[in-house]
Design a protein around this ligand. Sequence first.
Ligand code: PLP
Length: 381
Amino acid sequence: MKPEQLIYFDYAATTPVHPEAVDAMVGALGAFGNPSSRYEYGRQAAQRVKEDRETVARALGCVPAELCFTSCGTESDNWAIRRGVEANRRKGKHIVTTAIEHAAVLETCKDLERQGYEVTYLKPDKTGRITAEQVVSALRPDTALVSMMLVNNETGALLPVAESVKAVKAADPAVLFHCDAVQGFLKVDYPLARLGADLIAVSGHKIGAPKGIGALYIKKGVRLRPLITGGGQEDGLRSGTEATAQIAAFAAAVRADMADSGRLEHTAAIKEYTLNKLREALPKLEVISPGEAPHICAVTLPGYKSEVVVRVLGDRGVCVSSGSACHRGRPSHVFAAMGLPKPWLDGALRLSFSPESTREEADNLVEALKGAVDSLFTTLS
Ligand code: PLP
């Protein structure tokens, strides 16, 4: 549910909480038992968590025992990478990842570099693409882990994860493969466990659940030490009393999304409509990436400062991003890695869509952006 008056095109930053997720959350808040308690109230809470785990596991295409709830995608990424390299420490201290990962992965890798690990950051081409060949070529005998995202959060590019897993495992089956699928969960039309990765991170607030819930898929047979120790919840792998209300909302959001079979086509169609309208209305606008994922694309207005454009649009009730919401005003490392010229970097905007997005909202966005551009001086003029 988002406020009526808001024209929201920043669904990659976060999504409005789905009404069914709100209902599920309120229900779970009322039935407040601790799933570890041995009396009826506790047993009921444990049963609900069990059913919710089954729902999310079904969406991922895995068995419930392979799924641990976490607090967010960032925690899932941290757990997978930190404990993944530790589990493989006998192999060595080399990590392969891409230069276009989210900060949840990049900052974790940088922290590990400070602890003596070596990290290879694969560079994308001009269109933001990375190939499976690049991944395999970067492997060394001491490579412990590969981390590759499924959908880039700034360009919407789909990375060749399944192909890379296959190639990496063929070259060296002992290498652990982690995939940050935070922007891919329920945005690609196949269950993510099919990617073949050992570890897959997802997050609730990108799919209509509230903030504060995520999950890590840990493939059967992969052993990770817990990141958080304590009372032994989540089969001893992630302690802390289960966030029953968030978990209930996560499962309800998953159910609501999966029940809407036309959601991906609708999202992609609105994105395409918006891009066409933008090209018509703003001849100076360039498309950085139309995005293979249905919900994200990146454009630029060379000569304009995207922070200013975002602010002017925000004043008119239109929400877009000048890059990932996590960058807080810094130029995008993703667009920089793609080697975009400075005026393109400065003017870059990310637009992101959902099944709720409408043509009318798209028309309003285009009009507002045209108005913003007309009211601003370019830095080139
Ligand atoms: N990975 C990607 C690709 C993301 O887009 C995000 C959030 O924007 C995260 C990880 C972090 O997820 P969370 O906000 O749940 O910590």
